[in-house]
Design a protein around this ligand. Structure first.
Ligand code: KG4
Ligand code: ZN
Length: 355
């Protein structure tokens, strides 16, 4: 069985070919993965412009799919998996319409995939099945969510951010420090040179349930907007003290210290919640997926904590951590095997939930 995956939920146009194997431990083999990033297009605007994103997906999708098939050396596929949501609706619709047309023309089944299920399955694609039950943190520019996986392909939401996603906080802090877009990689680099205790930024601990999500305990939720505001307050105060104008950067060593201190709080907050949940649910493994899992401190600290607690930690390689279609194809194979396919009336859902 060979499946083509398509991903266009945000600012990456991606296609990948994944093959099912009969190896129980490693159910899927990656044949090709092509990603056309729109980063340069959006950098000019300091963030993602949805309409530009959708238009760029239209320009790129044919070439990206042809290349993924050529690199995989396959002409025909047995099914087509596509991200149905969540994401930018205009962008999602490009991938969805393309996938439908291709599936119809080739007379193969269309398989809908939830973007976050894709991120979770990137762990399995790369490492084989995780020891279950597992607790997985999906942490990206749009999401910060904690899931329990007790059986393969079933994801139970334990907590999520009440406001900004962790990656969004990185992007906003980078913007206010004048470091450009996207913020994650540059803050990660600058943090390595700074003192992570230089600025005492606060940590938010949520202790009550969210009125909008009464089914969740709330105590496993995240919040990053207060941290972002205190970075802003600190920067404004330092500008006043040093008599620096609004459009001028702070001295480089100060920026390094702010990046290091901010990053420490983000990473510790994420890992405290993740490992608390792992203990609470008797997890046999933990996973971290999504764009922020590329963060060097998050990778190093999570491995160290895992070793200390004797629990295996799964993180995708850098290529599979940011948005890609290999993870969509992998999650698609999982869905297909469970009998999940879609009709031609399938529609994009910008705020699709993961059951
Ligand atoms: O998963 P992804 O590619 O797209 C979304 O679904 O959002 O994640 C992108 C996010 C951005 O916010 C970016 O700043 C963040 O991942 N990111 C990082 C790093 N590399 C990317 N955050 C922290 N450290 C990094 N090294
Ligand atoms: Zn993503």
């Amino acid at each position: 069985m060979i499946i083509l995956g398509l991903e266009t939920s945000c600012d990456e146009t991606a296609a990948a070919v994944v093959e099912e194997t009969d190896d129980q431990g490693r159910p899927w083999r990656l044949r090709s993965s092509v990603v056309a990033s729109q980063m340069a297009l959006h950098r000019e605007w300091g963030g993602i412009v949805p309409e530009l994103s959708a238009r760029q997906h239209i320009r790129d999708i044919c070439g990206v799919v042809s290349r993924a098939q050529a690199e995989a050396g396959v002409e025909a596929v047995d099914a087509i998996a596509v991200t149905q949501g969540p994401g930018l609706v205009g962008s999602l619709l490009v991938g969805l319409s393309f996938a439908k047309s291709l599936a119809w023309a080739r007379n193969v089944p269309l398989v809908p995939v939830h973007h976050l299920a894709g991120h979770i399955e990137s762990l399995v694609l790369e490492n084989g099945e995780m020891p279950l039950p597992a607790v997985v943190l999906v942490v990206s520019g749009g999401h910060t969510s904690l899931y329990r996986v007790a059986t393969p392909g079933h994801y139970e939401l334990l907590g999520r951010t009440r406001d900004d996603a962790a990656g969004e906080a990185y992007d906003k802090v980078a913007k206010l420090l004048g470091l450009g877009y996207p913020g994650g990689p540059v803050i990660d680099r600058r943090a390595a040179r700074g003192d992570d205790h230089a600025v005492p930024f606060p940590r938010t601990r949520i202790t009550h349930a969210d009125r909008n999500a009464p089914d969740l305990p709330g105590t496993r939720d995240f919040s990053f907007s207060g941290l972002k505001t205190s970075v802003l307050r600190h920067v404004t105060q330092r500008r006043t003290t040093l008599r620096i104008g609004d459009n001028e950067p702070l001295p480089d060593p100060e920026i390094d210290d702010i990046c290091a201190s901010f990053q420490r709080v983000v990473v510790e907050t994420l890992l405290d919640r993740l490992f608390d949940a792992a203990r609470g649910y008797g997890a046999m493994s933990v996973g971290i997926a999504g764009g922020v899992s590329a963060n060097s401190r998050l990778r190093a600290d999570s491995r160290a904590r895992g070793e200390k607690r004797g629990i295996p930690v799964f993180i995708p390689g850098i290529e599979l951590s940011t948005d890609n279609a290999a993870m969509i194809a992998a999650a698609g194979l999982r869905n297909y095997r469970a009998g999940v396919t879609a009709g031609w009336d399938l529609s994009a859902d910008a705020s699709l939930t993961l059951a």
